[in-house]
Design a protein around this ligand. Structure first.
Ligand SMILES: Nc1ncnc2c1ncn2[C@@H]1O[C@H](COP(=O)(O)OP(=O)(O)O)[C@@H](O)[C@H]1O
Ligand SMILES: [Mg+2]
Length: 238
């Protein structure tokens, strides 16, 4: 029995202007329980893919399907209500607010969430944040801020979490802690689609990976298989 596909794009075309397409027909799939990473050179369209999936960039062609339902053209707020969370590459926390306030804001558009108990669950998942719940986020380390951003996105109990370069700008030790945290979120039952520059480390913790280049699929496979692929190593793993 094969597990259900929770999120898929099919030949997705998208861009920021009528003339230029950044995604030239990208097809990816995320199965329930998986961590899938998307790697590829700078400018390949990885962030654009995440933005299109979350409804921030309107697709020009192709399909995006969440749990069997076409979501292309829906607004981010509607997509979030259908069970998707998104942590952008930058500006993903409110710097002048505390950890608790950031998490409360994550639940705000979702009136059904029991805020206190959900926060308690997330403090169990992110012990570093539990100890710092009243700290203003702008005074925290980059790694801690990234955890706040992930916890905020998890407040509404999304089934699928999109992470855009969670390790960007983190010192090596913090990168390890961040990837451990991603694995822990996945073990808690969240399917994860993650874009990463840190391709080797990301593939190590991912069930499967996709390589994008120039807005097209280049390679795909199990994380381990991609790590051992000589063509990939030469071109994309550095
Ligand atoms: N807001 C935007 N407006 C116009 N072009 C953009 C915008 N964001 C990204 N691009 C362009 O889209 C291409 C892909 O960018 P991006 O998806 O951010 O790549 P990656 O995340 O793989 O580095 C790049 O050529 C970039 O300049
Ligand atoms: Mg990017």
């Amino acid at each position: 029995m094969s597990a259900a596909v929770v999120l898929a794009t099919d030949r997705l075309v998208a861009g920021y202007s009528a003339e230029v397409d950044i995604l030239n027909g990208v097809s990816i799939a995320l199965t329930a329980g998986e961590v899938v990473c998307v790697i590829g050179p700078n400018g390949a369209g990885k962030s654009t893919l995440m933005k299109a999936v979350f409804g921030l960039v309107r697709p020009k062609a192709g399909q995006i399907v969440l749990n069997g339902r076409a979501i292309s053209g829906l607004r981010p707020s509607a997509i979030a209500r259908l069970g998707m969370g998104y942590v952008p590459q930058r500006d993903n926390v409110f710097q002048s607010m505390t950890v608790t306030e950031n998490l409360e804001l994550g639940a705000l558009p979702h009136p059904g969430i029991a805020v206190r108990s959900r926060m308690g669950e997330l403090f169990d998942l992110f012990p570093r944040l539990a100890a710092r719940r009243r700290q203003v986020v702008g005074t925290m380390s980059g790694g801690e801020r990234q955890m706040v951003a992930m916890a905020r996105a998890l407040m509404p109990r999304p089934e699928v979490l999109l992470l855009d370069e969670p390790s960007a700008g983190l010192a090596p030790l913090l990168v390890e802690a961040m990837f451990d945290q991603v694995a822990a979120i996945n073990r808690a039952g969240v399917s994860i689609l993650m874009v990463e520059q840190n391709a080797r480390r990301a593939l190590e913790i991912s069930h499967r990976g996709y390589v994008l280049d120039l807005g097209r699929n280049r390679f795909e496979g199990e994380g381990r298989a991609l790590l051992q692929d000589a063509r990939l190593a030469e071109l994309y793993l550095g």
